[in-house]
Design a protein around this ligand. Structure first.
Ligand code: DX5
Ligand code: ZN
Length: 216
């Protein structure tokens, strides 16, 4: 079975977004990963709704939106209108996670929950059946191009068990420092989907790099 690849546009050339999104359309990427950072939840600001709408105009694949923002409930409808198909919020940013997940569903999107490297898997045990995708962070969110944190691999294996024990059909996605080496370990541990930014866009042949990841 092939791995779902969700290349992160954060590492694309922002001056040539149309070109880079079209490149992803031609590739074996299944989703397109959109990193939204607010400068509060994470110490960096990426881009917001108008840029995401511009990406959506050219994208022929589902937008997999990773919100690194506080108060995500406030913007759920806006992200739906901007073209999100999967809307991922951070566990650490949601006091009432169950309510947030219902809100995302009520807007017809798939639900995602991201966990920072220090957050244990077990915090999701009571809501796992409400989650379509769990995003395991293998770097501290905020920047592309960081080093992979190895403990993500054991977290994937633990999450896989949790999902099986709850008879859930949740997908496991991993984000940060993914390349063919770390990606292979993650897939072996049970990851269904991999996000890759720099490894894809800094390579000589991004389409081929996506294919290599897809074959893991
Ligand atoms: C980090 C973002 C990632 C980032 C990954 O906060 O959530 O999606 O783009 O970048 P790489 O693949 O370069 O680690
Ligand atoms: Zn991300």
């Amino acid at each position: 079975m092939s791995t779902i690849i969700s290349p992160s546009v954060l590492a694309a050339d922002f001056a040539n977004l149309e070109r880079d999104v079209k490149l992803l359309n031609q590739s074996k990427a299944e989703w397109i990963h959109i990193d939204i950072m607010d400068g509060v939840f994470v110490p960096n600001i990426s881009f917001g709704l108008p840029v995401m709408k511009a990406i959506h105009k050219h994208a022929e694949k589902p937008l997999d939106v990773h919100l690194m923002i506080v108060n995500p409930d406030q913007y759920v409808e806006d992200f739906k209108n901007a073209g999100a198909e999967i809307l991922t919020v951070h566990y650490e940013a949601c006091t009432h996670l169950h309510r947030t997940l219902q809100l995302i569903k009520s807007h017809g999107m798939k639900t995602g929950v991201a966990l920072n490297p220090h957050t244990p898997i077990d915090v999701l045990s009571e809501v796992i059946n409400e989650i379509d995708v769990v995003l395991i962070m293998s770097v501290n969110p905020g920047f592309g191009g960081q080093k992979f944190i190895d403990s993500a691999v054991t977290k994937v294996a633990k999450l896989k068990k949790l999902i099986t024990n709850h008879d859930a059909d949740t997908l496991i996605e991993v984000d940060g420092g993914v390349n063919t080496t770390t990606g292979a370990e993650l897939v072996k541990a049970g990851a269904d989907a991999l996000v890759a930014g720099s490894f894809v866009f800094k390579s000589d042949d991004p389409v081929k790099t996506i294919e290599d990841l897809n074959n893991l």
